[in-house]
Design a protein around this ligand. Structure first.
Ligand code: NAG
Length: 531
């Protein structure tokens, strides 16, 4: 394999970066990085994806640009298609359950089938690397960024589901990243906004956080994840100064040496505040490679991406990067490319009929019908049987932003649409901090349905639920994000969870509310204050 000759390391180092850009077609900035800096991997977001046809054209042009610029190997084109609340394909792809919904089903076959279906859609669109699955164990109800992106709080469940999905994606010829090593689950801080501190020793991590990662890395053959993404958490027992993604104690000592991981190690996005606001993004890229990562991710800003290249070129010249290590990283990335990519395949345009195919739609319906969980039904309010003239009041929380990484912004519109299909005497009110008193409407309605989204993080919803619990004739509370909301109103009699606010998850929840289907899932987490 011809990678990493001494004299051309700076010509090759672009293979160790993953960058994103803002546009539905290649921008001058990204073209420059591919043509003049040998940028080897691109990350796409919702901003790059409008229609299947457009995105297919986009990925094809990117590959063509790389080919014409003399790249030895095709580009990796990556995306966060975690499913559930973090999905970049939008309406271009089939909705399939995200991690916690799958955790609630507990079926590794379902998890594998989801991954296989998604890998077909990704490949059709020219994306060959899914930055998934999340292997964080969500054992902190106040976690603002992982939550339903995790399969649950049981490390064994997380491992079982995660392994099935890795296998599904990779069988479908899509590379994976298990993330966010060594575990972003036990923190109440979002690394997009600040530095989460995980004050655990190795022994403690070994019991929970590391279990799924370790099991995944021990898996052989096709089920062994092709890459590990290292998150930005401060683990003072390992390194007091810098976050995990740039700490050699985590990347080189723990992941590479102790676990003996031979695949590609990539950082989480270095533009997140945990890095950007501490060491800075370009320097973060250098520190990432010095710490033992093979790849550094810079998702958004061209100026940072260009500065990172500058920093890396001069580091190579000044001997701040170990050339042997860089050569090994280049080798790992090249090997991964050879495993998944070839020019003929990436330059061919796949049949768009795969997108949202009949088979995928059937899988989606079949799985989502099993997703929602009725957690509490003390007065047997569920299923509801409203008389035609009954008034249903649907109160939906408007939360400013449910998750820094999510894709959808108004969580309840599809819930409302599903209710309306079944009952027209329905009033829909989106409520927030400022909503004037609704006691009269609540008292007058025959049925009140309240939608909450991370009520434990946005407490104005708790007040609304408590008021309705006192005043409503019959009340149903549905949590459409984290299932933990009930910890703030444990006295509520009727509580169900959907694990995500996607249209099919809402349709299934409404089917459950009206008794068209029954609960077939189990909460994959426990709710504090509730037995
Ligand atoms: C980060 C996400 C990561 C994703 C990456 C690229 C966290 C902690 N990190 O914002 O999952 O793969 O961006 O989009 O959510």
């Amino acid at each position: 394999m011809t990678v990493g000759n001494d004299d051309n390391l700076d010509k090759e180092i672009g293979q160790l970066l993953m960058c994103g850009f803002d546009g539905l077609e290649p921008t001058p900035g990204i073209i420059d990085l591919i043509e003049n800096h040998n940028l080897g991997s691109i990350i796409l977001f919702s901003r790059n994806i409008a229609t299947p046809k457009q995105v297919q054209k986009l990925t094809h042009s990117l590959q063509q640009i790389a080919r014409n610029a003399g790249h030895k190997r095709p580009l990796f084109i990556a995306v966060d298609q975690e499913n559930g609340v973090v999905r970049r394909l939008g309406d271009s792809g089939t909705y399939l359950p995200g991690n916690m919904a799958l955790g609630a089903l507990g079926s590794s076959t379902a998890a594998r089938n989801v991954a296989m279906a998604i890998s077909k859609e990704l490949l059709t669109l020219g994306m060959n690397w899914n930055l998934a699955p999340v292997l964080d164990v969500n054992n902190n109800p106040l976690n603002p960024v992982i939550g339903v992106r995790s399969y649950g709080q049981d490390p064994e469940l997380v491992a079982r589901m995660g392994l099935a999905q890795v296998e599904g994606y990779q069988r479908g010829k899509v590379a994976t990243s298990i993330k966010h090593f060594p575990g972003h689950g036990d923190t109440a801080t979002d690394s997009h906004l600040d530095v989460p501190v995980i004050n655990k020793t190795l022994e403690e991590l070994d019991k929970t956080e590391l279990v799924p990662f370790k099991k995944a890395l021990e898996a052989g053959g096709i089920a062994c994840p092709t890459s590990v993404m290292v998150g930005h958490m401060l683990l003072p027992h390992f390194n007091k100064d810098v976050v995990s993604s740039i700490a050699p104690e985590i990347v080189r000592d723990l992941l590479r040496r102790r676990f003996g991981y031979k695949g590609v190690i990539i950082t989480d996005c270095l533009e997140m505040d945990a890095v950007k606001e501490t060491v800075g993004t370009p320097k973060g890229a250098l520190m990432a490679l010095q710490a033992g990562n093979d790849m550094a991710m810079i998702s958004h800003t061209l100026a940072f991406q260009k500065d990172a290249f500058k920093v890396l070129y001069s580091a190579l010249q000044e001997g701040q990067l170990d050339k042997d290590e860089i050569r090994q990283s280049l080798q790992r990335v090249a090997q991964l490319k050879d495993q998944f990519l070839n020019w003929d395949d990436v330059l061919q345009q796949a049949d768009l009929k795969t997108m949202g195919s009949e088979a995928h739609a059937t899988l989606s319906k079949e799985l989502y019908d099993r997703v929602p969980t009725v957690v509490t039904n003390r007065k047997n309010t569920l299923p509801i049987r409203p008389a035609q003239t009954d008034k249903i009041l649907f109160l939906a929380a408007h939360v400013p932003q449910t998750l820094a990484v999510d894709s959808e912004k108004e969580p309840f519109n599809s819930f409302h649409a599903s209710l309306l299909k079944r009952h027209t005497n329905l009033e829909y009110i989106i409520y927030n901090e400022e909503t004037p008193d609704l006691s009269q409407k609540i008292q007058e309605a025959d049925w009140v349905i309240i939608g909450t989204a991370n009520a434990n993080l946005y407490p104005f919803q708790v007040r609304m639920v408590q008021q309705a619990q006192k005043l409503a004739k019959r009340l149903v509370v549905a949590a459409v994000m984290n299932p933990y909301d009930q910890m703030c109103f444990p006295q509520v009699d009727t509580y169900l969870v959907t694990y995500e606010y996607t249209p099919p998850a809402h349709e299934a929840a409404v089917r459950l509310i009206f008794g068209e289907i029954e609960t077939r899932s189990r909460l994959p987490i426990s709710i504090p204050n509730v037995d």
